[in-house]
Write a protein that binds this ligand. Sequence first.
Ligand code: MLT
Length: 262
Amino acid sequence: MTALALHRYGPDADAGVPLVLLHGFPLDSRMWSYVVTSLPLVPVVAVDAPGFGASPALPDGGLEAFADAVASGLADVGVTRAVVAGLSMGGYVALALAERHPDLLAGLALLDTKASADDEAGRSKRLGVARAARGADGAAAVAPMLATVLGETTLAQRPEVVEEVRGWLAQAPPSAIAWAQESMAVRPDRHHVLADLRERGVAGLVLRGVEDAMASPAEHEQMARALGVEVVQVPESGHLSAVETPQPVAHALADLRHAVTG
Ligand code: MLT
C-alpha cells in the first residue's frame, strides 16, 4: 500500500494514545502547526493527504483508500489506538476511518466539517473545480476559497494569517486538488458512524468556528446530537479554526485526549 507522509511531534507516540490530525482541503499538515506548538506534551501524528504536502498520490480510490492508507501508515509505526481529529475534508476522512477501522478510534474530533453527502449542485461545483485545476487554471482554481475559508474577523484583523493561507492555496498541487474534489463529491452520508461511535462509548468532540461559512450550525448540531455532546463554539474564527484560533482548538483537542487517556 502507498505510504502517506506522517509527521510526528511531541513525546514518542509509544508513550500513549497519539492525536492524529487530518487537514482540510486543499492544504497540508502545515495547517496544524500552530495547534501542534500549543500541545508540546501530546504525541501527535499529522498526516499529509494523498498528493498534498510530502505524500504521494494514491494509485486509485477516494477518501476510503485515503482512510485505509492512514490506518496502514499508523500500524507501520506501531499505532493501533488513536484520538483522530479531522478538519473539514479531514473530518470526512476521519468518519471513513471510523467506519472502516473502528478499533483504531479511541476518540473522534470533528472540526468545521459535515457528516452529510453533497447534493447535486455541490457535486457539480466540485467537478467544475476539478476540471479547472486539471486544465489551464491549475492552483488558481482554488484561489477564490480564501474569502470563504477564513472568517470575517481573520479577514479584517489577522493579515498574516490571510497571507499565509493565500500562499498555501497557491501551492496546492493541481492534480491533488482534482483528486480531492472528485473524491469528496462521491462521499456518502456517514451520520450512522456517529451513532455507532456513541453506542460503543467512543469519546467525541464537535467544534465549530462561529464564523464558519462552509459548514452550517445545523450540520454541527446534528453531528453533536448523534455523538451525545455539545458543540464547542470558537468565537472570532471561521472554517479554518485550527489556523485562525489555534489555542482554543488545541485546548479542546487536549481535553478530548485527556478524557480518553485519563
Ligand atoms: C475543506 O476545508 O476541507 C473543504 O471545505 C471541504 C469541502 O470542500 O467540503
